[in-house]
Ligand binder design. Structure first.
Ligand code: FES
Length: 139
């Protein structure tokens, strides 16, 4: 697949995700037909990008950084508190489809850890208590 096609694929995938919240199977099939590529190749390309989802996600996608700078600022304690509060492990979505939890690599605010992102909003210098407070306001 040419880089230009890949860029177009990503743009289309983001549009689909904006519509459905994820990229459904039928849309992957249609993308494969449009680009004359096997479904597996389209699926693989989409899976490569952590911000694209091929399964339904929660209304709130909670990303917690556990890279080294955040880890040195006790991100493991924040993560444990969030996991306990949401009763989720990384990659899981709550039964009520309110939250998806993801442990991720650096979110680009390394000097302000621990860092958590809820959908598009970034929270820095978190404590466990503040993280739970933020999540408790998500409805
Ligand atoms: S190490 Fe956590 S934001 Fe960079």
């Amino acid at each position: 697949m040419l880089q230009q096609d890949n860029d177009i694929l990503l743009e289309m995938a983001h549009d689909i995700q904006d519509t459905y919240g994820y990229i459904p199977e039928r849309e992957i099939t249609q993308l494969a037909e449009k680009f004359s590529e096997p479904r597996a190749k389209i699926y693989g390309a989409l899976e490569f990008y952590s911000m694209l989802y091929t399964e339904p996600t929660g209304k709130y996608i909670v990303r917690i950084c556990d890279s080294i700078s955040c880890f040195l600022h006790d991100s493991d304690e924040v993560l444990e508190a969030v996991q306990d509060y949401l009763e989720l492990e990384s990659g899981e979505t709550s039964d009520d489809k309110l939250f998806t939890l993801e442990v991720v690599e650096c979110l680009g605010h390394c000097g302000e850890g621990p860092v958590m992102m809820v959908n598009d909003r970034m929270y820095t210098e978190l404590t466990s208590g503040r993280a739970i407070e933020i999540l408790s306001e998500c409805q």
